[in-house]
Design a binder for this molecule. Sequence first.
Ligand code: CP
Length: 309
Amino acid sequence: MLSVQHLLGIKYLTKEDITTILHTADTFLDVINRPIKKVPSLRDITIVNLFFENSTRTRLSFELAEKRLSADVINFSASSSSVSKGETLVDTVNNILAMKVDMVVMRHPKPGAAHFLSQRVNASIINAGDGAHEHPTQALLDAFTIKRKLGDLAGKKVVIVGDILHSRVALSNIYCLKAMGAEVMVCGPPTLIPRHIGSLGVLVETDLRKALEWCDVANMLRIQLERQDTQYFPSLREYAMLFGVSGSLLKSLSKEITIMHPGPINRGVEITSDVADGNSSIILNQVESGVAVRMAVLYLLAGRTDEKM
Ligand code: CP
């Protein structure tokens, strides 16, 4: 069982919680690779996916995870709902819950939205990304994917490269990897690295080659132009030259490293196509892991650990 009722952020999980989720995800990874991919674990549970912000991977992955667990699923998209007529978040969710919904998966552009909701409605809330704050299931699936590729996370060296300032993936990954005993470095233009990031126990490097020589895994973040209120670097071309990973840069390193990216990729900016599609990349493994990890989170939060998977 988890120590929490909601998944609001990795910050609120214990190491034991993370270990339990990753261990449970191992079982579900086997399940989704069987010819019959469905289990009855959440048969009488109804889940709503509330997306107030665009998503491809997270939305589809949650929906698939819910369906693989035999939950009843309803999807809500803010743009086609009564939110556009002025309804508040709490009213919207309470109306949905009145239809006998048990769990809420929510992506919202405002940091803290999932936390706010968890204090006001009677359902288990899962944060699917809240502004530039946290994206807990992304960090869990990233940790799970590293573990699948490299084994135990303790002692592994992971560099997170790029737009750290605007990234919920970076913060959740830092909390998760540090809790599991990995060493973490952030690398990017100084303007995109928060000033006090060192207080989270991470190393800071602005030279990409040095960072790549140090690490076992490089997690390349998307440049989030939609969250940038000012110009943080001169041009995307210059960013790609200084902080993008190309096949020739990878080949010039003294060892092989593993490349990750949470998606969506800006090909030619954070990584070139030969890197994204090459042997070092575990980007599509991350997507596969996402379904297993989200099944584990939903299953554990639903408190159905006594049922057979
Ligand atoms: N990694 C991730 O959150 O992707 P989406 O925005 O497509 O969900």
